[in-house]
Design a protein around this ligand. Sequence first.
Ligand SMILES: [Zn+2]
Length: 429
Amino acid sequence: MITAVRDAWVVTQDPQRKIVRGDVIIEGEKIVSVGKEYKGSADKEIDASGDIVIPGLINTHTHVAMAVMKGAADDISFPAFLDRVFKIDSERTDKDLEIGTKIGCAEMVRSGTTTFVDLYYSEDIIAKATAEAGIRGVLCWCVLDEEYTTQKGNPLKNCKHFYNKFKNERKIMPGAGLQGVYVCGEEMCRGAKEFSDEKDIPLTFHLSETRKEVNDHRKKTGKRPAEWLNDIGVLGKNAIAAHSAWLTMNEVRLMADAGMSVSSCPVSNMKLATGGVAPIPEFQRYGVNVTVGTDGSTTNNSLDLMAELKTLGLLQKSSRWDPTVAKAQELLDFATLNAAKAIGMQGSLGSIEAGKYADIVILNGRSPNLRPMVPENIVSNIIYSASSANVKTVICQGDIVLENGRMNTIDEEDVLSVSEEMWRSLCQR
Ligand SMILES: [Zn+2]
C-alpha cells in the first residue's frame, strides 16, 4: 500500500532542520521518500498542495482517561483538587475509562498528536480504546505503595502483568509509572526502576510539582526528591519526570548526568498555581532532554499540545525577562525529536525521514493565521500562530486516522453522545 502526500511544505525535523517543498511517500507503515516528486502511482493520493506537513507531535505526560472529567475540579486549592480527583478516580468504571480515553485520543488527533505517554491505572482498558482510536500510546501503569491505592492487588505486579499482556501490540508500548515520591516508598521506586531496566521501557513519574512535595520529602528523608531518587538509583535514561518545576541546580545536574528526560507541563502548573517554573534553559545547558506534556484534563483542561508549546515558550520568556530563551525551533524539537528520544523511539519517530514510521500531520496552508508562509517563517507560524483548527489530516504509522477533518477510526458521535451521562455519574455526587 503506497500513500502519496503531494506537494506540501515538509518540515522534516531532520538533522539540518530542512524544510522542503514536495511529496512524502509512505509504503505501509513507513516513510520511503521525502521532498522529491514521485512519478509512480499510489494507492492513496492526498493533495497537500501548499499545506504544511509536520511530524506527529508527542505528548509526554497525560492521563488520557480523565478527558471525561473535564471541569470537575477547577478553581480550587491544590489539596482540595487532589482530594476531589482521588475520590473520583477511585470510583471509575471500565466504561467511563474507555469513553474518557476515546474522547482524549480524538482531541489529541485533532490537535496533531500521534503519540502520548500516559500515567494511570487500568491501562489495559486504556490500551484497547487507544488502539481503536488508532494512535500510539506509551502506557505506563501507575505504581504506588499499596496503602495509598485503590488498585486491586499489588500495583507493581499489575504493571508487570499489563506489560506482558500488551508488549506485542502494534501501537501500544507498555511502560512503568510511579505516582510520585509522596506515595511511593524506596522499595516501590526501586522495583519499578528494576522492571523498567529489565525490559528497557520508559519509567515516568511526577517530580517536584509543588513546593510542599519538596519540603515534605526533605522533612521525611533529609533530601530533595530528585536527590533522593538519584541516591536510590531510580534516575536513568528511561526516566521521564513530569513537571520538574521545583529543582535546585544540583538536582538539574544529577538529572542530566542520569541522561533522563523531563516533561514540562506549564498550563497545569499555572492553572493549579503551584508557583514553580521548570528551569528549561538550565535543563538544556546541562543536557537534560526536554519534552512537553499537557497533563490530564482536570488540570489543563485541554490535551492540545500545539497550545501547550506556545504557552511553554511564553512562560519561559516572560518569567526570564528574556525573549531569546525557548526559541520556536527548540519548542518544536521538544515535541518531536526530544520526545521520541524520551520514549526510546528516536530511530523510528520524531522526524519525517525515509525509514521512519509515517507519523504525519497536515496543516491547512490556506488558513489566514498561517499566512504569509515562507520557508523562513514556517516554524514560527507553527509555534506562535497555528491552532488545532488548522489540522486537516493525521497519519499514524501509515494509517490515516483523521482525513480532511473526519475521524476514520472511532465513531466520534457515538462516543460523545454518552459523555455527559458519564460525567454526571462520575463527577456529580
Ligand atoms: Zn500528571
